[in-house]
Design a binder for this molecule. Structure first.
Ligand SMILES: [Ca+2]
Ligand SMILES: [Ca+2]
Length: 201
């Protein structure tokens, strides 16, 4: 019976014993971890800095908007302009909801909750305090309101990271931030009271 035998060639032996590529392999592994950490730090830095800039810009815009001479469009544009310095190309969205006073924030309009279910059911009477012709679970009105009104100003920001990281889940997706504040408008005129028109849900 013939027994097959295998004898490694000198080339195979040389390749097997060659350790010159070891350093490259090690560098590749370490570099991946290092770059991931570095990108993560830069990304967190941009996130924290943008949030800080956004907070300050929102406060300034809300204060200027609360004045009789306030220009909300200009204030919003200024916020976007400031944010885009640190988050180029960011999408900036703003919203304002006004209330008669602080106690009214997210308050429902008065209604006769006959069935005690916490909402204005069909047939129940309500008082249309904000005058929009319907019952509102939140009495707030969109916009900057008028004299002495309390306004919630909120800004949301979405941007592509300057330091995307393809090595982690979500590392290249958009970053989303928001900031809000509450300010009372300057008492530059008499504040209209609540409406009292009756309605039926
Ligand atoms: Ca009800
Ligand atoms: Ca209403």
């Amino acid at each position: 019976m013939r027994i097959l035998s295998f004898t490694a060639s000198p080339l195979i032996i040389a390749l097997r014993d060659d350790e010159q590529g070891t350093t490259i392999m090690e560098f590749g592994l370490i570099a991946t971890v290092f770059v991931t950490l570095l990108l993560g730090l830069f990304d967190l830095g941009q996130l924290a800095y943008t949030q800080s800039i956004l907070n300050g810009a929102v406060q300034t815009a809300a204060r200027s908007s609360s004045l009789e001479s306030g220009n909300t469009t200009a204030a919003d544009n200024e916020v976007a302009s400031i944010v885009r310095v640190v988050a180029p190309g960011a999408t900036v969205a703003t919203s304002r909801v006004s209330y008669f006073d602080f106690d009214d924030i997210e308050r429902a309009e008065a209604w006769n909750d006959a069935d005690s279910d916490g909402t204005c059911s069909v047939g129940e009477n309500y008082s249309d305090e904000n005058g929009n012709g319907m019952w509102d679970e939140d009495i707030g009105s969109d916009g900057n309101g008028g004299a002495s009104d309390v306004v919630i100003y909120e800004v949301t920001v979405s941007y592509d990271p300057l330091f995307p990281n393809p090595f982690i889940p979500g590392g290249v997706s958009k970053r989303n931030l928001s900031a809000s504040t509450v300010k009372k408008n300057q008492p530059f005129a008499n504040q209209p009271g609540f409406g009292d028109a009756a309605g039926v849900c």
